[in-house]
Ligand binder design. Structure first.
Ligand code: ADP
Length: 220
């Protein structure tokens, strides 16, 4: 049933991005309402997702009838049609959705989405491309960028540093980052201390400014 606590998410658009997003959210046990105007797509996904309905999301009245206003978050996953994406964001703004995430396919698209009231604009293709580039050329495995110039990353331990301790590495003086954990493949994460030795084939979890973390990982 629908929760009144606003933890549910409305996903609009069952393209490649939206369908993966909706699938991930429902595997995370979030209540998900999925909307698409294409009956074939609705039909195709309704076996795998809990609540998939056919509607034109640019119609505020249709969204209202579906109870969209009682959800805390909506993601507009429409990519190809800028018009449909912008009008959908407008309809959600009119409904007073507290958290509207919208997918942009270009900088201009992003600008319009923000100016009509989207709270978060995302660029899945650009972000995935960047992430994969990092994975391919660097020791960086995961890289999470937060606002305000802060990042957390997992970085492979370089062969040249195996057996040294965190104290010897002096990550703070030399790179301006902090090593917060170390991990061997298949083993549990351990919080790092000065005496933690860098394991062969292992991973470090580091935090700091975005440039600093990238420099530590050998990216700059
Ligand atoms: P992707 O690049 O992720 O495959 P698309 O932009 O091709 O994304 O897919 C967008 C989805 O959004 C399509 O399934 C389309 O039917 C749906 N869509 C487009 N306009 C509307 C609308 N006005 N209302 C509801 N769904 C829409």
């Amino acid at each position: 049933g629908r929760r009144a606590d606003g933890s549910g998410v409305v996903v609009i658009g069952l393209g490649r991005f939206g369908s993966h997003l909706a699938g991930s959210l429902s595997r995370m046990n979030r209540e998900v309402l999925v909307i698409d105007r294409n009956p074939d797509r609705v039909q195709r996904w309704s076996a795998q997702l809990d609540r998939v309905v056919q509607a034109d999301s640019t119609e505020e009245g249709a969204l209202r009838q579906l109870g969209v206003a009682s959800f805390g978050r909506a993601v507009v996953a429409i990519g190809a049609s800028v018009e449909a994406s912008v009008l959908t964001v407008l309809a959600l703004v009119e409904l007073g959705l507290p958290q509207i995430w919208a997918r942009a396919t270009s900088q201009k698209h992003a600008k319009i989405l923000s100016s009509v009231g989207a709270h978060h604009v995302i660029f899945p293709e650009a972000e995935t491309g960047e992430r994969v580039a990092h994975l391919i050329v660097s020791r960086l495995l995961d890289f999470i960028e937060f606002d305000d110039d802060f990042a957390i990353a997992t970085v492979r331990v370089p062969e040249s540093l195996v057996g040294r301790t965190v104290l010897e590495l002096r990550p703070d003086d030399r790179y301006g980052v902090r090593v917060i954990g170390a991990k061997l493949p298949g083993e549990r994460f351990q919080y790092a201390s000065d005496s933690t030795e860098l394991p062969r084939g292992g991973l470090l979890v580091v935090e700091g400014g975005i440039d600093q973390v990238q420099r530590f990982a050998g990216l700059r």
